[in-house]
Write a protein that binds this ligand. Sequence first.
Ligand SMILES: [Zn+2]
Length: 287
Amino acid sequence: MSDDAAAPDVPPETAAALDAALAELPPGFRAVALTGAGISAASGIPTFRGPEGFWQVGSRVYEPQEMATAAMFRRDPESVWQWYLYRLGICRAAEPNAAHHALVDLDAALGRRFRLITQNSDGLHLRAGSPPERTDRVHGDLELVRCARPCTPEMWPVPEDVEPLARDEPLTAAHRRALTCPGCGGWLRPHVLWFDETYDEERFRFETALEAAAWTDVLVTVGTTGATALPTFAVRAAVESDALLIDVNPEGNDFGELAEGLDRGVAVRRPAEEGVPAIARRLAALA
Ligand SMILES: [Zn+2]
């Protein structure tokens, strides 16, 4: 798809700004894409940070920021698992879109000169074909589990017996059995970064991601905002090392405004499935 002259492009003004900025990249340039929930919107995956993530337990309605916590898991692991298995079902039913595919093409064109950092745990980058070794999933991956204690740092794919759940469907005895740690007999938990936890290198490749941001010649932020720490740090690291910043977001946001104010920055105010292929195609052509 990357060489298709008939492929849709961004509006002419944005295309001109992109072409001018990309023309200044050095030969053998390095590229990093940092993606957030916005890249998966066209695949039908809600952010789960708003009402679509609200969850009723007994008579109380919890917000995502309360459900996605280690504290809640300690108190009520079954309800937290119900919520995650519902989300897992939605993610598995979704398909990667043109933006995910374009980043696979870009990886193929740039190889080790490219790195993908994603805040998404929906699995769509890997399902599209992005190589796991160059895809830092800094908020985890819904398709992986690990010991909640933990008795081991090991991670496993979600056991085959663990079927996703429809909304409000309870866990079964088979779920409970399969979500038991083979090492200690305690609960397995989703491999995701919870709101009351902090990034680390071992599980989430936090430092690797920041190093990539400082290493790159062009950072493309897609469908993310400065609402969480990692994108903010990554953007700062890239800008401080004089990288070109390109922000793709249909709405104005902090990164778009920052990019517009920089000598070397472009804000692409288009949806990810339109903006990312336009950028990836250009970068691949320059490779
Ligand atoms: Zn264990």
